[in-house]
Design a protein around this ligand. Sequence first.
Ligand code: SAH
Length: 352
Amino acid sequence: MQQDILSMTLPELREAMASFGQPGYRAAQIYRQLHVRHVRQFMEMMDIPTKLRTELDARFCIKSLFVARKLASSIDNTVKYLYRLPDGGHVETVLMKYHHGWRLCISTQVGCRMGCAFCASTIAGYVRGLTPSEMLLQIDETERREGVTISGIVLMGIGEPMDNFENVMRFLELLSDPQGRGMSLRHVTLSTCGIVPGIRALADRRTGLTLAVSLHSPTDAGRSRIMPVNRRYPLAELMEACRYYFTVTGRRVTFEYAVMEGENDSQADAKALADLLYGQQAHVNLIPVNSIKERSYHATRRAAQEFMQRLERLGLHATVRRTLGSDIEAACGQLRHEADAAADTSGDFLTK
Ligand code: SAH
């Protein structure tokens, strides 16, 4: 099988070139063609001898993504792509404009096995984790198609990054490599549903990125009802891991809280949330839940603001996240669902 060259680090490429009997500088030339010039055909690498290009072509493949659908917001500059992967799976990528630049929300898996009750990504079933190249290509392709330079990445698309840990770490290594794109990981946010060993391992790697934790409920009973992961890693363990992340990295953790009317927005919920985060270096982001047709969870922006006021009265500062692309948001996670209607729904995380 041909090796996925876009997922290889420069030292790995050096080793491979040495096995081809090539001089040391060849690997850097090829790496530059791939990661800086974004050349997608070995034959177009003009600084590489023709014979070697042919050999590379036989031994390696350069993956690519195809656009299955594109939705552009008519309210703001938000654009959503449904990309088709080489094996036919689909993932979503969302480009958003912030005052300081363009930010891209990328997917890390084809589907998700975390089973959060309110999330469309889970409903469409889990297939596999993305390769580092498939994560990088979401950036390259979107930049090329939209003619923009992306300055920030959020790992908040389809999938659970901690459930594809090594590929995500390798993606971060490639993304931040000064010989490649060289993006500072300070401009990257990784969002997790709360996989405790992953949070600890990420802290130990000292990547400098921002960790976002999808909290969505301040009690074990409430959280286990909507997020099965809480049954494996209950709140006490999760909060301990978040404190560890802050201690080791010095970076404040962001807590995501999707407000769902009648589910997690009562006065008791506000009180429990304020108690849970008391004294913690944390930031709370509220978002009105985005209703999906298979479930009845719903919230208005006003409900999220009311919950924010409840928290403020209890001394916990929170923000209601600015909504971008609200006219195309309704399709979040659902574009893939429609495209992969027959996806395999086996491989439930908790029965693993
Ligand atoms: N698996 C990771 C990252 C992908 S989900 C995680 O759970 O954090 C990205 C964010 O979108 C998470 O905070 C998730 O809880 C949230 N989300 C999923 N479905 C949503 C919905 N219908 N409305 C609002 N937020 C949702």
